[in-house]
Write a protein that binds this ligand. Structure first.
Ligand code: SAM
Length: 281
């Protein structure tokens, strides 16, 4: 297991997403139940969630639609899979809350501070993983594939790689490398799932705070694409399905419109995408 530190990994966002999952879990019409999310979120996550709601003028349904979407992808595929790898796993607790085969090998990659906090909270709460779970410390902009192999990951197996809430934070060359590396490590019949944003979304007023923070920290602009299918195909994932949060393929009875965007987003640059790429069997 590597011990790389990932500068600019935006790790605090893991607390924010956990807070969104905690709040969703309290709803009568919840899209999923994550009983551990509230403890992971803590005050840091709750404050971040409130701040983001203030900046965007409302709750961000995208986060919970995305969670449910990848819950469904993994739930549907779990019986077929040998391995799962969560890239930028944060405080994802699917290994504890989805119905998974005992023998499924499940790898979670993130930076040391997040994985240490995760293990601390898990040992306090005491849930039992429903599969064979391994935490792997690595920098996803570096040689994470080697860290994964060192941790017992097998090349050429049927694998689901999930990059949920991750690609936005990486530079464009790193995104291309991550998708290609996931393909190199995956056998036939594998899949990759990720979310990406269209370039026009960066112009929204609600994006201003995070864009100026990135500039101050000397980080590259957030990753966006207006042609996700081409991006995934170029990295070796020829079969690409796109779903649209709150709409086609990912409606879940939760219309998702940004408050500052108008009722219908016909412009592909103003779209968020949920992507599933597959290779041939
Ligand atoms: C927005 S959070 C999403 C976490 C999780 N996938 C979820 O949906 O709850 C992004 C995560 O990616 C991790 N991350 C970002 N850049 C990374 C890098 N270069 N190497 C390792 N982890 C990284 C952060 O530490 C953080 O936990």
């Amino acid at each position: 297991v590597g011990d790389d530190h990932a500068p600019g990994a935006n790790s605090e966002t893991a607390y924010w997403i956990a807070a969104a999952r905690a709040r969703e879990s309290e709803r009568d019409d919840r899209l999923f139940s994550d009983p551990y999310a509230s403890v992971f979120a803590g005050a840091l996550g709750r404050n971040a969630l409130e701040a983001s709601a203030r900046a965007s003028g409302g709750d961000n349904e995208f986060l919970v639609i995305r969670t449910r979407f990848f819950d469904d992808v993994l739930g549907d595929e779990a019986a077929w899979l040998d391995q799962v790898v969560l890239l930028g796993a944060g405080f994802d607790t699917r290994a504890y809350r989805l119905d998974l085969p005992d023998q499924l090998r499940w790898f979670e990659i993130d930076v040391p501070e997040i994985l240490e906090e995760k293990e601390r909270v898990l040992s306090q709460l005491g849930p039992v993983a429903r599969c064979q779970r391994f935490a792997v410390t690595a920098d996803i902009s570096g040689a994470w594939g080697e860290s994964l192999l060192d941790a017992g990951f097998s090349i050429d197996c049927r694998t689901a790689s999930i990059a949920e809430g991750l690609l936005f934070y990486l530079s464009s060359p790193v995104v291309a490398r991550v998708l290609a590396e996931a393909r190199r490590l995956s056998g036939g019949g594998s899949l990759i799932g990720a979310d990406v944003m269209g370039s026009g979304l960066l112009t929204l007023p609600s994006m201003r705070p995070s864009l100026s923070t990135r500039t101050e920290l000397g980080l590259p602009p957030p990753f966006t694409t207006d042609d996700p299918a081409a991006l995934f195909r170029a990295a070796g994932w020829p079969l690409v399905q796109l779903a649209f949060p709150g709409q086609l393929g990912a409606a879940y009875g939760r219309p998702f419109h940004r408050a500052d965007q108008g009722p219908e987003p016909p412009d592909p640059t103003m779209q968020s995408y949920l992507v599933v790429g597959r290779n041939a069997r």
